[in-house]
Design a protein around this ligand. Structure first.
Ligand SMILES: [Zn+2]
Length: 389
């Protein structure tokens, strides 16, 4: 047997299609080597053993959409913010610059993250939330330095600087000139994923991008989107309806404890329409730390802008998993699909991470049945482990 370096015992192993209760998981270096039921798996004497005390071991969380957390910006205070999320089980994360950053700051955010990535191994690249989004939906004209529209000299520098690290670009397809932008972004990084978001594009406007440039992801579905073609009592069709009606589209979902970003029935509708294979839980964690407005008294897991509007979350992925189990008819296995496997698939890292499989990277999280996090293993190395589960 290959040299086993770590054995996790007394755990319930969350696989893609079910759970091995009372299991044992063996790691060798940074890889998952073997797993199965206690008694059926031989544990070499030389291996370090940890007792998970009956906790659930699942694939580390993959959070595609994070601006910051715990008061730290993931694009400017990259190492500290990534470490905060790692301790809550997020072993792959994309750093998200946002529309309010003007051109120079946006570019410096990209450069800063690139420089810090060697010290922040969970950061896999960028989620570019903008800059070309619709000012009517979460990117207000007053604070939007991009309101003059699309400027080729600027986007070329952003796209060139991010290169293949730009995993996702969120766009509003209705913005004039967006076609030139997506063509350039795809030329520079052919594996880039386009997301429709902060948009009121009609399905025809989305399709006009052309098959090579179609979005495969919707940025926080049903949140900060619109419908331009609603007429009287007849519902319109915007990015949400396009995403619901297009089988290959993934939908991001912010599931906060009180269903403020996305109402409980809408969360249920998204899961029912898309299925658990196409929902991607995100935190949309932000750096705001403004007081909670009176009408949201008691809310602890979302952030507010200085104007008192909902502006991202204070969630961790573990909290998002617990919330989606509270709000809808899903269990632990499905929560891990939405928090780990599906986002890994969106950005094409699912060959390495996102599920527990032999040969995959040993990025793991250990939780109890309420998604309290007790253990985190990154590349086979324990980076947080509390023995008392
Ligand atoms: Zn965001």
């Amino acid at each position: 047997m290959t040299d086993i370096t770590l054995a996790i015992r007394n755990c319930n192993i969350v696989l893609e299609d079910g759970i091995i209760f009372d299991g044992v998981l063996l790691l060798s270096g940074d890889r998952i080597t073997e797993y199965g039921k206690e008694g059926e798996i031989e544990i070499p004497e030389c291996a370090e053993t940890v007792d998970a005390h009956g906790g659930y071991v699942g694939p580390g969380f993959v959070d595609l959409h994070v601006h910051g957390g715990d008061g730290k910006s993931l694009v400017f205070d990259t190492v500290a913010a990534a470490d905060y999320y790692l301790r809550s089980g997020t072993t792959s994360i994309l750093a998200a610059p946002w529309y309010k950053l003007d051109f120079k700051t946006f570019l410096s955010a990209i450069e800063n993250v690139k420089e810090k990535m060697p010290l922040a191994p969970t950061v896999k690249g960028f989620y570019m939330e903008g800059p070309y989004t619709n000012q009517k939906y979460g990117s207000h004209a007053a604070s939007n330095p991009w309101k003059e529209g699309i400027v080729e000299e600027e986007y070329r520098l952003l796209v060139d600087s991010a290169g293949s690290l730009a995993k996702v670009w969120t766009i509003a397809p209705e913005i004039p000139g967006i076609g030139d932008f997506v063509r350039y972004a795809k030329d520079v990084n052919p594996s880039v994923v386009f997301a429709v978001g902060h948009s009121e594009a009609t399905p025809d406007e989305i399709r006009a991008l052309g098959s090579r440039y179609l979005p495969t992801l919707e940025t926080h579905s049903t949140n900060a989107t619109g419908q331009r073609d609603r007429q009287g009592g007849i519902i319109g069709a915007g990015p949400d309806e396009y995403a619901l009606a297009t089988p290959e589209m993934y939908c991001e979902l912010i599931s906060d404890s009180q269903a403020i970003h996305v109402k409980q029935d809408i969360q249920r509708m998204l899961i029912r329409c898309k299925g658990v294979d196409k929902i991607v839980l995100i935190t949309d964690g932000s750096v705001y730390n403004n007081p909670t407005p009176e009408k949201f008294a008691g809310v602890t897991d979302i952030n507010f802008s200085p104007a008192g509007e909902v502006a991202g979350s204070k969630l961790t992925m573990a909290m998002a998993c617990r919330n989606i189990m509270t709000h809808s008819r899903v269990g632990i296995t499905e929560a891990f699909l939405m928090a780990s496997r599906n986002p890994a698939r969106v950005i094409g890292i699912d060959g390495e991470v996102g599920t527990i499989e032999r040969g995959k990277r040993a990025d793991l999280v250990i939780v109890d049945g309420k998604f309290n996090v007790f253990g985190v293993i990154l590349g086979g190395v324990k980076c947080k482990f509390e023995e008392q589960v």
